[in-house]
Design a protein around this ligand. Structure first.
Ligand code: CP
Ligand code: NVA
Length: 309
C-alpha cells in the first residue's frame, strides 16, 4: 500500500522522484515501441474529468491507462452533475469511492485542490488556469531524450505568463535550470505561484522585455498560445499585445545552434510561432506530444504502486 500522493503542481514531487520517473518513462516507452506488454494496473480505473477541451491529454491518458492494463471513465462538465453545480467536495467523495485514480482538467487550481482534499485516491492535474505539470513532465523528458540532462541549461519562454510558464518556473527551481521569460507588459507571470521548493531565484529565472534577448544563448526555445482556454474574451486585445512575441527564425538564430523548439500544442502558426520554426528541423513538438503518454504512464504507475524498480 503506497501513501496517498497527488500531482497537482510540479512541486508535488521531489528532484529524486523526477529522476526515477524519467528513467521509468524511458523503460515504459521502450516496451511500448517493442509491443511488449506492461500491465501493472490491471483492474485499476482512471476517471478523467474535463471541464475544458482536450485532444492530447484525453488520448494520452486514455490510451496510456489501457496500455497499463487498466480502464477509464470519461466525464465532462456537460454530461455530468459537475455542470449542474454539485459541490466539488461531494463529487470527489463519490468518484473516488469507485475509481483508483482521477485526472482533472479545470479552471481554478483551488478547484482541484478542493477535490484532492476530499478524494480517497490520487488526483492528477491535467491543466488548470495556473499549472500544467504533466506537460512540463513530458517536455523535460523530451529534452533529456534529445540533449541529456536539463540541469544547468537555459530555457527561453516567449509569450504569455500562463499555466505553462508558471510550471516551467517551478521545474527550473526544482531541477536546477534557468528560464528566460519574456512576456508583453500586463501579461507577466505571477511570481507567487512559482514559490515553493526553492522558489523563484536569480539562478532559475530572469525577465526580459525583449523576446529576442530572452532567446540569446538558450538551449530550448518554447512558447504557447496567446490566449489560453478560459480567456477567449480577451482574444482581440491579446492579438495586439502579443504581436512581437512570435517565435521566428531570428529568435531561433539567437539561441544555441543546437537549440530545440517546443510547443505544448495546439499551435497557431503565424501567431505565437512561425510555420518554418514549428515545422523546422529544431522543432520536437511531435515527440513532445507523444511523450505525454509515456511520462503519464510512469506517473500513474508511480502514484498507485510507488517505486517498482
Ligand atoms: N498540450 C495539451 O495539453 O493538449 P490538449 O489541450 O489537446 O490536451
Ligand atoms: N496555455 C494553454 C495550454 C493548452 C494545452 C491553455 O491553457 O489553453
Amino acid at each position: 500500500m503506497t501513501t496517498l500522493k497527488h500531482y497537482l503542481q510540479f512541486n508535488d514531487l521531489t528532484a529524486d522522484e523526477y529522476t526515477y520517473l524519467f528513467e521509468r518513462a524511458a523503460l515504459i516507452k521502450k516496451k511500448f515501441k517493442a509491443y511488449e506488454k506492461h500491465h501493472p494496473l490491471v483492474d485499476r480505473t482512471l476517471a478523467m474529468i474535463f471541464e475544458k477541451a482536450s485532444t492530447r491529454t484525453r488520448v494520452s491518458f486514455e490510451a496510456g491507462m489501457y496500455q497499463l492494463g487498466g480502464s477509464v471513465v470519461h466525464l465532462t462538465t456537460g454530461d455530468s452533475q459537475l455542470g449542474r453545480a454539485e459541490p466539488i467536495e461531494d463529487s470527489a467523495k463519490v468518484i473516488s469511492r469507485m475509481v483508483d485514480l482521477v485526472m482533472i482538467r479545470t479552471y481554478e487550481q483551488t478547484k482541484i485542490v478542493r477535490f484532492a482534499e476530499h478524494s480517497r485516491v490520487p488526483v492528477i492535474n491535467g491543466l488548470t488556469n495556473e499549472f500544467h505539470p504533466c506537460q512540463i513532465l513530458a517536455d523535460i523528458f523530451t529534452f533529456i531524450e534529445h540533449r541529456g540532462s536539463i540541469q544547468g541549461k537555459t530555457v527561453a519562454w516567449v509569450g504569455d505568463g500562463n499555466n505553462m510558464a508558471n510550471t516551467w518556473l517551478q521545474a527550473a527551481a526544482l531541477l536546477g535550470f534557468k528560464v528566460h521569460v519574456s512576456t508583453p507588459r500586463g501579461y507577466e507571470i505571477d511570481e507567487k505561484l512559482a514559490v515553493g521548493a526553492g522558489g523563484i531565484s536569480a539562478s532559475s529565472y530572469q525577465f526580459f522585455s525583449n523576446p529576442l534577448e530572452a532567446c540569446q544563448g538558450a538551449d530550448l526555445v518554447t512558447t504557447d498560445v496567446w490566449t489560453s482556454m478560459g480567456y477567449e474574451a480577451e482574444n482581440e486585445e491579446r492579438k495586439k499585445a502579443f504581436a512581437d512575441w512570435c517565435v521566428d527564425a531570428e529568435m531561433m538564430a539567437a539561441a544555441q545552434p543546437d537549440a530545440l523548439f517546443m510547443h505544448c500544442l495546439p499551435a497557431h502558426r503565424g501567431e505565437e510561432v512561425e510555420a518554418d520554426v514549428i515545422d523546422g528541423p529544431q522543432s520536437v513538438v511531435w515527440d513532445e506530444a507523444e511523450n505525454r503518454m509515456h511520462v503519464q504512464k510512469a506517473l500513474m504507475e508511480y502514484l498507485l504502486l510507488g517505486r517498482v524498480a
